[in-house]
Ligand binder design. Structure first.
Ligand code: SF4
Length: 250
């Protein structure tokens, strides 16, 4: 499989592979991807699979002497928005709103977290209502005028992704990016890559065999790099309708 992936990357080809669980698929595509000089998107079915790649498989290939820069890109709702958090905190102080359970934990955590990714705060229940009050979203974007722009976790994640050789994301964002690139807005949900994308097969719950998700080269269009309006406003060249912009994207 590694040889086939290496060849597909080198020739900008398309490759579809099915292999059983536990046979080493991840390493068989990560190693040739890391060894190539190309920027590669690895798309997984779930956040957990993406986290597993970054936390387990990437360290493994580093032990083998390969050291690609890697960024895990998740959807906006995974990241705390510093502006909304501060506004929510002030509303509590002034008595405008009653504090939702868990806000103390978030206020404490945000001072320590490197990523602002709620998976770094496992003590907060997945369905905690307070998260809705403080998360990033395309609907709450205000553009580069945000005073937290430079320290924003989304900004940092995007800059890191721009500089990374391997971007790990999920099928939802990957396919959204493809759809946006094929649209008229010129917008993107992921950084521009070379015409080589790799997707991680999706383990089947009913079979030890696996099936693949969506995979397609990601042709370059508008650079995903920081623009004066990113990460919360639409790209300068975008005409995407309000609320649907990927600019705070992913
Ligand atoms: S730049 Fe956007 S996501 Fe970041 S803190 Fe400001 S409003 Fe929130």
């Amino acid at each position: 499989m590694a040889d086939a992936v290496e060849r597909a990357l080198r020739e900008s080809g398309t490759l579809l592979i099915e292999a059983g669980t536990g046979t080493g698929k991840s390493l068989a595509y990560l190693i040739p991807a890391a060894a190539s000089a190309q920027r590669v998107v690895v798309s997984t079915a779930t956040k957990a699979l993406g986290e597993q790649l970054v936390e387990k498989d990437i360290p493994t290939i580093r032990r083998l002497g390969l050291h690609p820069d890697v960024t895990l890109v998740k959807g906006l709702s995974n990241y705390v928005c510093k502006r909304r958090l501060e506004e929510y905190r002030q509303s509590i102080v002034t008595g405008a709103v009653a504090p939702e359970h868990g806000i103390d934990r978030i206020l404490d955590w945000v001072e320590r977290t490197e990523t602002g990714d709620r998976s770094d705060l496992p003590s907060l229940p997945e369905d905690a209502p307070v998260w809705r009050e403080v998360t990033s979203s395309s609907e709450t974007r205000i553009g580069a005028k945000c005073r937290f722009y430079d320290e924003c976790f989304v900004t940092r994640m995007r800059r890191s992704a721009e500089a990374s050789q391997i971007i790990v994301t999920n099928h939802h964002l990957f396919c959204a990016d493809l759809a946006l690139r094929n649209g008229f807005s010129g917008a993107q949900a992921l950084p521009t890559t070379t015409p080589s994308s790799s997707t991680r097969p999706t383990p089947s719950k009913t079979s030890p065999r696996s099936s693949s998700g969506c995979a397609s080269p990601a042709p370059a269009s508008t650079p995903w790099s920081e623009t004066p309006t990113a990460p919360c406003g639409p790209p300068a060249s975008s005409s995407t309708a309000p609320g649907s912009s990927p600019s705070c994207a992913p």
